[in-house]
Design a protein around this ligand. Structure first.
Ligand code: C5P
Length: 400
């Protein structure tokens, strides 16, 4: 899994830095190409000579190489990397990463890195438990970084507690698992509907809803990060797909979303119906702006929109997986199960508007996933990015 991967190994000034030499050795043995970036304090704990001998590359620590004056580009390094591992990560570097204090090569490289970042903290137990460290680690999690939790045991201070850097073998395992997962949807094409629909009343007004598209876009990003070819059929949102490989088909009304979805679905291995589709559209759309000067109140007559998920449910072949969402205010479970069966879904993601932090516009969500075999998984409140991971894990289980 690590063969040919470009890995930046960031080393900070902690006693666990001696283990980084072994970690580096394991990465090289696994076939990775490793560039070490070390903080000035890191060099007090392990010499660049050892690290460059093991990696076969000069170790980078300063912005400029002293004798030649050549510039070490953190931007190029950040783009070169398939992963960045910071092990050991000290409280100080974690704090700088969390707050963008770019005063050394390691933190500037971190800020420029496009690749996934893995952070293996190592410090005294009280430093680790301090609310400041915990808050900074939480920020890193929110940025999407992977925290490799330290183990409990005897520390350099001879105190016993949580703060020992995870063993190098286990850090390598985390990386291998990450890269294995990143291939888990390779060669699969996945469609995600996202956002609201706008149903035109007249040229300047519409019926819409509060959907931001955040959940659908997070699912699309997660599928793409696992190697899938992804197409988002997107209602009007102010989001952009971060992963350049994601294709976005912009639509406005439910009918347009239906047309685009029906066209894309036969070429897809799975579809996740995340859009908040209007149930009705305006039958008597006005081609002119409706004026308030009229005596009579205007009447907006509605007609039913097509149910996109239900239509795909009837088109679906055995090799395709179809998932939907249910956003309910009451009788949540029963309504979700009814939709799951009526729309021929493989699973449904239930989120409740009654849960604080769940539903429209928020960055967090709390979901229950119910599948067509009656299996129920209840998840905690988490960021939509992490909810997307849970949903895609279930999707992968359901793929034939
Ligand atoms: O029936 P309800 O709108 O609650 O169903 C929600 C699920 O059905 C979601 O997955 C939503 O994206 C999908 N849906 C759809 N087309 C509609 C209405 C809902 O695809 N017209």
């Amino acid at each position: 899994m690590l063969k040919g991967k470009h890995i930046i190994l960031g080393i900070c000034g902690g006693i666990a830095a001696y283990k980084s030499a072994y970690l580096l050795r394991l990465l090289i043995k696994a076939g990775a190409e490793v560039q070490v970036v070390i903080t000035p304090a890191g060099k007090e704990f392990i010499t660049p000579v050892t690290l460059s001998a093991l990696s076969g590359k000069p170790v980078i620590s300063e912005f400029f190489t002293a004798n030649t004056g050549s510039w070490n580009s953190h931007v190029d390094l950040g783009l070169w990397a398939d992963a960045m591992v910071i092990a050991p990560a000290t409280a100080s570097t974690i704090g700088k990463m969390a707050n963008g204090v770019a005063d050394n090569m390691l933190v500037t490289t971190y800020l420029s890195a496009k690749a996934p970042v893995f952070v293996a903290p190592a410090m005294d137990l009280d430093m680790f438990a301090h609310p400041s460290t915990q808050r900074n680690l939480q920020l890193l999690r929110q940025y999407g970084n992977h925290i490799i939790e330290p183990a409990s045991g005897e520390l350099a201070s001879h105190l016993v507690g949580k703060g020992r850097m995870e063993e190098p073998e286990n850090i390598v395992k985390v990386l291998e698992e990450y890269f294995a997962a990143s291939q888990s949807l390779a060669c699969k094409r996945i469609m995600v509907t996202a956002g609201p629909t706008y149903e035109k009343i007249d040229p300047v007004r519409y019926i819409g809803n509060y959907s931001s598209g955040k959940m659908g876009y997070a699912i699309a990003e997660e599928c793409a990060s696992r190697g899938a070819e992804v197409v988002i059929i997107s209602g009007p949102v102010s989001l952009k797909a971060e992963n350049q490989s994601i294709k976005v088909v912009d639509v406005e009304s439910a009918q347009e979303m239906y047309d685009a979805s029906v066209k894309e679905f036969p070429r897809c291995d799975a579809a996740i119906m995340c859009a908040a589709v209007a149930d009705y559209c305006v039958e008597n759309q006005s081609s002119h702006k409706i004026k308030r000067e009229h005596d009579e109140l205007p009447v907006i007559r509605l007609k039913k929109n097509p149910d996109i998920a239900a239509s795909l449910g009837t088109m679906k072949s055995d090799r395709q997986v179809l998932a939907g969402f249910a956003l309910e205010t009451d009788n949540e479970d029963a309504n979700a199960v009814e939709k799951l069966h009526r729309k021929h879904l493989d699973f449904i993601v239930l989120n409740s508007l009654n849960e604080p932090g769940a539903g429209f516009k928020t960055d967090t969500n709390k979901v229950t996933i119910i599948d067509n075999t009656g299996n129920r998984r209840v998840y905690d409140l988490k960021s939509k990015r992490l909810v997307a991971k849970d949903i895609v894990d279930v999707l992968i289980e359901k793929m034939p």
